[in-house]
Design a binder for this molecule. Structure first.
Ligand SMILES: Nc1nc2c(c(=O)[nH]1)N[C@H]1C(S)=C(S)[C@@H](COP(=O)(O)OP(=O)(O)OC[C@H]3O[C@@H](n4cnc5c(=O)[nH]c(N)nc54)[C@H](O)[C@@H]3O)O[C@H]1N2
Ligand SMILES: Nc1nc2c(c(=O)[nH]1)N[C@H]1C(S)=C(S)[C@@H](COP(=O)(O)OP(=O)(O)OC[C@H]3O[C@@H](n4cnc5c(=O)[nH]c(N)nc54)[C@H](O)[C@@H]3O)O[C@H]1N2
Ligand SMILES: [Mo]
Length: 770
């Protein structure tokens, strides 16, 4: 089956409601409880929820938002999204046991929807699909490891193998994984970050010397202004709204920058507050800038121009430095003069027009922070997934540098990471790029010569498979086929592989789009007890603010055949490397403290790891920019950079499409065919359009349409979407991923970071032919 058409359960029973105007609240908590309890027995569900994000419980598998540094509420440390993610993992009503695979061939399974695949429950046994076979069948663990080892060792070069990681892998699993892969001899370690915050990593490393947030949890509560750009916190990081509300109660202000009036940007009702329940929640955004898609760079430039004009006014009034932090700029930064000079090339009215805003609206936002440095700018996929993602994020840093907002209490740069341990995986060395200090440390501690060449990122991996250079694909978690751009091209690449292997908790489409031989290796999830030779084990994760904390599974696994990710990787390493490796892989599996001891010897900031991670709440990793130390940039200073906006020139029948998440999905996992906050029920194949665009294209509400993208002479089509009129700027449109990934060409990616342009695809919308 191609991925351009809807699966057989396509119903077309779309119901539309008014979009919601506030996030969380009692309905959210009820929705989350329902979710957990529906799929499992009651005591299992409650036990899971009671332990979520507690200091002795497990880290939520949903997003990377940090836990409060201080006291934790017994039930408030989870949100609707977290409860759904937990429910998805702990549900036991069904399991994807070998019976399922006996009943359905791979060809039959592939016709099912992503929702249906996920609903089959947890995988219970290792499975193999042999060359030419129609069905997956059970295989012993040891036979599975030998099969993979033989295939890996038969490659002409280790660089013919590709080792993908999704961001749920723990620090312990990620560390042994990258160690194994580098000992095997390659840096082909693409990860979900390549499709996610790579633009952030590139921009922050270049401008500040570290690709991570400069803020702590407390900064959120003490900021005067938080600007939320290109992020939908009510769905994708709902617990972020708790410190936001706290900050607002203290008089702080919020600026929201988004093409959509997302519920979680408008208001927040604290579920445990009787006052909120009676009188309504806290209004969130004080200024809402409803920008056109991908106009943020122009907006930030306009803000910088306005700030400089305000500073000139203040200087004339005898108060230089009232708006800009001239001392900070002088002492800690470089490139200020050329940056300021470059702003002369841009006209304020033109910049505002590019955003679809007026200068007055932008001035309103600037007025909120012109006299305070306590400004946090946070962002997510709305900024990263564009051709100019790196430039836009560099412009965020320009603004923060003007204000001296880096390295102060209540201010800073705050990318909001997606997967719960995506940041930790990078810290552990899961990256296709080599870092000299890590290679040196690996060489010192493990006495081998790690490969020095950079490996393939996600885009390069797909191309390598097409060119016959990538022959084995190994996925530690995730759903690469559906998450990647250009779904059909990616699928074709995977089908060319000799072997595809997935370490997974649940069935997904990537298992069904396979190489000549395919394996599914079922693993323990975050919620599961992990018992090894030395007793119960815990793992650890790093949040978006750089806090490393432990996570303990608390439930009995659904099947005795599951192995931990650590065990799977170490046993594979042992089978593959044999005598070539000096590492005692068995002893690492027996006691994860031994892995943490090795991490402590290898990776900066992890000294006394075992002791520090046992402190309640974990520990903060060192963060130079937070201390105003920029020693890792090219000149030891924080950099102003010159970036030019690149407006999209659209034809009258073209729209700019952003591919976003519904409220009822986690990435490629669909919980429900709905998007409650946006008022969409019983359907996912919808396309949000401005009513005037609907009219001008001769379309109608609820009409079935096809979406076409055309790049380099090639047209890609996603069939049968339903038109939903929505409050979105003209010329802009939105639909959900992963269904729309068929439209994103593999070569369309962000400059420097190679992140697919998932948020700015030029499309045409035409009626579906019956
Ligand atoms: N419940 C739930 N939680 C999740 C996830 C999930 O799928 N479900 N995924 C996790 C992951 S891996 C990630 S990376 C994060 C993603 O978190 P988000 O980035 O918040 O998720 P998206 O749905 O991709 O939303 C992007 C937001 O940016 C806006 N946007 C799009 N284009 C632009 C633009 O050009 N400019 C501006 N200013 N705004 C724009 C969209 O309207 C939308 O509100 O969430 C994490 N948390
Ligand atoms: N068009 C478009 N494409 C996008 C995006 C977009 O906004 N638009 N967003 C991108 C982003 S931000 C990201 S991060 C990627 C996500 O890409 P991925 O991380 O590859 O995808 P997920 O959907 O998060 O992976 C879900 C699968 O992970 C497995 N899994 C869940 N928990 C565990 C676990 O604990 N261990 C193991 N081993 N497996 C587990 C389950 O089998 C599940 O089916 O997608 C990207 N793709
Ligand atoms: Mo992500």
């Amino acid at each position: 089956m191609d991925q351009n058409t809807p699966p057989e359960e396509f119903t077309g029973d779309l119901e539309l409601d008014k979009p919601e105007t506030e996030a969380a609240g009692m309905s959210a908590i009820v929705a989350s409880f329902e979710h957990v309890l529906r799929g499992t027995n009651v005591s299992r569900g409650w036990k899971a929820l009671a332990n979520l994000n507690q200091k002795d419980g497990f880290d939520c598998p949903s997003c990377a938002w940090p836990d409060p540094d201080g006291k934790r509420s017994p039930i408030a440390e989870y949100c609707e999204s977290g409860a759904k993610a937990v429910a998805d993992e702990v549900m036991t009503k069904h399991t994807a046991s070998p019976v399922l695979f006996q009943r359905y061939s791979v060809a039959e399974l592939i016709e099912k929807s992503d929702l249906w695949l996920g609903q089959q429950g947890r995988l219970t046994q290792p499975l193999v699909l042999r060359p030419g076979a129609t069905h997956y069948v059970p295989i012993d663990w040891s036979e599975a490891f030998d099969l993979i080892a033989d295939q890996l060792n038969a490659l002409e070069s280790p660089d013919e193998a590709i080792f993908y990681t999704s961001g749920r892998a723990s620090n312990e699993a990620a560390f042994v994984y990258q160690l194994f892969v580098k000992m095997f001899g390659t840096n082909n370690l693409p990860d979900c970050s390549n499709m996610c915050h790579e633009s952030t990593t590139v921009a922050l490393t270049d401008t500040l010397g570290l690709g991570k947030a400069t803020v702590t949890y407390e900064d959120y509560e003490t900021a005067d202004v938080v600007m939320i750009m290109g992020q939908n916190p009510g769905t994708t990081a709902p617990r972020m709204l708790t410190p936001m509300e706290e900050m607002k109660r203290k008089g702080g202000k919020i600026i929201a920058v988004n093409p959509l009036h997302e519920a979680g940007l408008l208001a927040f009702k604290y579920p445990q507050s009787p006052r909120d329940m009676l009188f309504g929640g806290e209004k969130l955004a004080d200024v809402f800038l409803q920008v056109r898609i991908n106009s943020d760079l122009a907006l930030l430039k306009a803000m910088c121009k306005l700030l400089i004009a305000e500073e000139q006014k203040a200087a004339m009034a005898g108060q230089p430095g009232k708006v800009l932090d001239l001392h900070f700029i002088e002492q800690y930064t470089s490139g200020y003069e050329s940056f300021v000079k470059s702003l002369d090339h841009f006209d304020l009215n033109e910049l505002a027009a590019q955003c679809g805003l007026t200068v007055e609206q932008i001035q309103q936002a600037v007025d909120l922070f012109k006299y305070t440095p306590k400004l946090i700018i946070c962002w997510a996929m709305g900024l990263t997934q564009h051709k100019n993602g790196v430039a836009t994020i560099s412009e965020v840093i320009n603004l923060l540098l003007l204000k001296g907002s880096i390295g102060i209490k209540g201010g800073g740069a705050s990318p909001i990471r997606g997967h719960s341990n995506v940041q930790g995986d990078r810290t552990m060395g899961v990256w296709e790029k080599t870092k000299p200090e890590l290679l040196e440390a690996l060489e010192r501690v493990f006495q081998f010569k790690p490969p020095r060449e950079n490996g393939y990122d996600a885009v390069a991996s797909v191309k390598a498979m097409h060119e016959g250079k990538g022959k084995v694909f190994f996925g530690l978690g995730g759903n690469f086929t559906m998450a990647m751009s250009d779904t059909n091209f990616t699928a074709e690449g995977l089908r060319k592989c000799r072997l595809t292997v997935h370490v997974s908790t649940k069935l997904n489409r990537s298992h069904l789009i396979h190489g000549e031989t395919a394996l599914i290796l079922p693993c323990l999830g975050r919620t599961d007890h992990d018992i090894q030779a030395s007793g119960p084990q815990f793992i650890s994760c790093e949040s978006t603010t750089g806090v490393v904390a432990q996570s303990h599974g608390i439930l009995d696994p659904v099947s005795p055949h599951l192995k931990s990710e650590v065990a799977i990787i170490c046993e594979l390493a042992k089978a593959t490397l044999g005598e070539k490796s000096t590492v005692d892989w068995d002893s690492l599996v027996a006691d994860y403290d031994r892995i943490r001891d090795l991490i402590a010897q290898t990776i900066k900031g992890f000294d006394n790891y075992n002791q520090k991670v046992r402190q309640p709440g974990g520990f903060y990793l060192p963060n130079d920019p937070r201390d105003r130390v920029f020693k890792n940039t090219s000149d030891g200073k924080a950099h102003f950079t010159v970036n030019a906006p690149t407006p999209h020139e659209l034809q009258s029948d073209e729209l700019l499409l952003m591919t976003i998440r519904s409220h009822d999905q986690f990435n490629t996992t669909v919980y429900k065919n709905a998007d409650r906050y946006r008022g969409v029920h019983n359907e996912r194949r919808v396309v949000f359009m401005h009513p005037d665009d609907i009219a001008s294209l001769g379309l109608q509400e609820k009409q079935a349409v096809d979406l076409h993208s055309r790049y380099d002479g090639e047209t890609r089509t996603a069939h049968r979407f339903i038109v939903v009129p929505y409050d979105i700027p003209r010329g802009c449109t939105a639909a959900y991923f992963p269904e729309t990934n068929v439209l994103v060409p593999i070569d369309q990616m962000a400059e420097k970071s190679h992140t697919p342009i998932s948020k700015s695809i030029v499309v045409k919308v035409t009626p579906t032919q019956a």
